[in-house]
Design a protein around this ligand. Structure first.
Ligand code: FES
Length: 106
């Protein structure tokens, strides 16, 4: 059945360090959590180019650079900077009592 959603707890917020990523895999989905300026972002950990793990990339401001071929993404929108119609999936999340949960569509 489509349209079902589920919230999956993935991490405590305090495990997330400013400027460094944390890999989580709710229901097998590769998600990268990032914290910038105190704000949390949840994006796909799989580069839409050839599938490299973005967790190994570098981040500057809100721009994440893939470690494999330097594609650059805005973590706020998921947009690939060189062709904004290409988007990295970004995920809805909530933080309750310090626990981060990701919304999974099934
Ligand atoms: S796999 Fe990310 S830029 Fe090629």
């Amino acid at each position: 059945m489509s349209g079902m959603e589920e919230w999956v707890a993935v991490s405590e917020e305090k495990q997330l360090k400013e400027g460094s990523g944390l890999n989580v895999n709710p229901k097998g989905l590769p998600v990268l959590l990032l914290k910038r300026s105190g704000q949390v972002f949840a994006i796909s950990n799989r580069c839409p180019h050839m599938g490299c793990a973005l967790a190994g990339g570098s981040i500057s401001g809100y721009i994440l650079t893939c470690p494999c071929h330097d594609w650059r993404f805005d973590i706020r929108t998921g947009e690939f900077l060189s062709a904004r119609e290409i988007k990295l999936p970004i995920y809805d999340f909530k933080i309750e009592s310090g626990t981060i949960s990701i919304r999974i569509e099934r």
